[in-house]
Design a protein around this ligand. Structure first.
Ligand code: SF4
Ligand code: SF4
Length: 473
């Protein structure tokens, strides 16, 4: 058994898949008994973040997302004397949870290989399909606000079908996300293409799944029934606050509010779609009113049927003429506001075990970097990043000339940009490669770094979350 003194005082908190688990001392012993390591063979992980807090010394490892609280005296042992310590129990715990690693280990290299393995996997094909860039809303912060309206033609749909057919033998699963504009303005395209792709996937024994991101205004019961028939199994809708706030920001092109129609639609389809994702874009205008939205959802009996996620506004892409950029939150304000909202929405969290503010492991790649992830616009143009939609300079290929190459993620236009996304490597970036939070963050947004808008604000947020979780232990 390990040190009696230490075992009484040590605490371990593990984060995994948005859940956290406090390990009981008994389980430390069981695991300790199974590990055989020699301290001379060990060194500290480069992904340890440590700090002193009241009478505790806290270490967090971002490769394993584990937090360890020790008595304060271990502060002086860290890095200097700990490896000379005779406390085999502690050394084994530190090794078990990744705070200590084998001397020959190279964590940066390991992380890079894992990142690349995931990025260049070719067994799953993911397509975001934009059946139309038209929209019935005039949201001031929309980054697609100035894009011309196009609807996907039959010939583009035929080419998409031919593309999937052509590469079906090389993939095991096929995922679609319908996006816009407002995709429900082109329900006929979704119907036609879904039908063909689904029937083909069945025949080809491909694992097929589809979802839709919609503003929810046209999502009546009869539309929901159709979507279900087209095998669209997940729905995301945006609500930016209670009626008086939402309607100021998410209104129809004629200026009329949309809140009542959206809520009435959601209530009418919960037997067809019992769990709907609600996105809430936070800024200064709405952050203080979100509680009212949550109360309204609860009063309508929706707390068991919605899972809420918060997002910040892509302020650099919002139209300056109609969106006052000073409304945007700083990253710190955003995370603090989000944290405060979590504490007020316990009744929602009960129904959403998967949604918490813990450090998320394996945030290894943004979709723009992956070889088999594409966004297809209505004219058959391909993009890698959502924020590029409608920007002709960021088109990396077109459906009429892009087939076999696609499996490797390389377009037939603007290859430089395509390579830039796919070659984005935070393990080599001068700021990120020395960051203790790299495995959790992986550089956050390739586009921001590629556009040299790369000042890191995320690190501060990680510090806060981890200190906060430690205080709660
Ligand atoms: S963006 Fe910031 S927090 Fe993320 S890995 Fe880079 S330096 Fe670390
Ligand atoms: S590059 Fe940035 S903005 Fe584009 S999809 Fe990735 S994370 Fe999102």
């Amino acid at each position: 058994m390990g040190s009696d003194l230490l075992s009484d005082k040590i605490k371990i908190l593990r984060f995994s898949n948005y859940q956290k688990k406090i390990l009981e001392p008994q389980s430390f012993y069981e695991e300790y008994d199974n590990i055989q390591v020699e301290k001379k063979d060990l060194k500290f992980s480069i992904f340890n973040y440590y700090f002193a807090e009241k009478k505790k010394f806290v270490i967090f490892n971002s490769m394993t997302a584990t937090l360890l609280q020790l008595p304060i005296k271990y502060k002086s042992f860290y890095k200097t004397n700990l490896l000379d310590s005779n406390d085999a129990y502690l050394i084994n715990i530190l090794y078990k949870y990744g705070f200590l690693i084998r001397k020959e280990g190279n964590e940066l290299q390991k992380l890079r290989v894992e990142m690349l393995q995931e990025r260049f996997k070719t067994d799953v094909l993911t397509m975001v399909i934009i059946p139309t860039t038209a929209c019935n809303f005039g949201c001031p912060y929309c980054y697609e606000g100035n894009i011309a309206s196009y609807k996907m033609s039959d010939s583009v749909q035929d080419e998409i079908y031919a593309l999937v057919k052509g590469i079906s033998k090389k993939i095991a699963a096929f995922q679609i996300m319908w996006f816009g504009g407002e995709p429900l303005l082109a329900l006929d395209v979704i119907e036609k293409l879904s039908g063909k792709l689904f029937v083909f996937s069945e025949k080809a024994k491909l694992n097929y799944s589809a979802g839709i991101i919609t503003n929810g205004y046209l999502l009546t019961r009869s539309v929901a029934e159709k979507l279900k028939k087209f095998c669209v199994n997940s729905i995301q809708i945006t609500l930016d606050g209670p009626r008086e706030i939402h309607d100021k920001r998410r209104f129809l092109l004629n200026g009329r509010g949309s809140y009542d129609q959206i809520l009435s639609n959601i209530c009418s389809i919960i037997d067809i779609y019992p769990r709907i994702t609600i996105r809430v874009n936070l800024d200064r205008e709405n952050i203080d009113y979100i509680e009212n939205l949550l109360n309204d959802l609860k009063e309508r009996g929706l707390e068991k049927h919605v899972s809420i996620y918060f997002a910040s506004i892509h302020v650099s892409c919002a139209n300056e003429k109609i969106y006052d950029r000073s409304r945007a939150l700083t990253i710190e304000e955003y995370f603090e506001g989000r944290e405060a909202l979590f504490s007020k929405m316990k009744f929602f969290l009960l129904t959403q075990p998967n949604y918490r503010l813990f450090p998320k492991l394996n945030a290894k790649n943004c979709s723009a970097t992956k070889s088999n992830n594409f966004i297809i616009g209505p004219e058959g143009e391909f993009y890698k990043c959502f924020l590029d939609i409608g920007n002709q300079k960021a088109v990396i290929g077109d459906i009429f000339n892009l087939k076999k190459e696609m499996i490797f993620g390389i377009g037939n236009k603007n290859q430089n940009l395509c390579y830039q996304y796919m070659d984005f490597d935070p393990t080599q970036n001068s700021i990120c490669k020395t960051c203790v939070f790299l495995p959790l963050c992986m550089g956050r947004c390739p586009k921001k770094i590629l556009e040299k808008n790369s000042i890191c604000l995320t690190k501060k947020m990680f510090f806060k979350i981890i200190k906060n979780e430690s205080q709660k232990l």
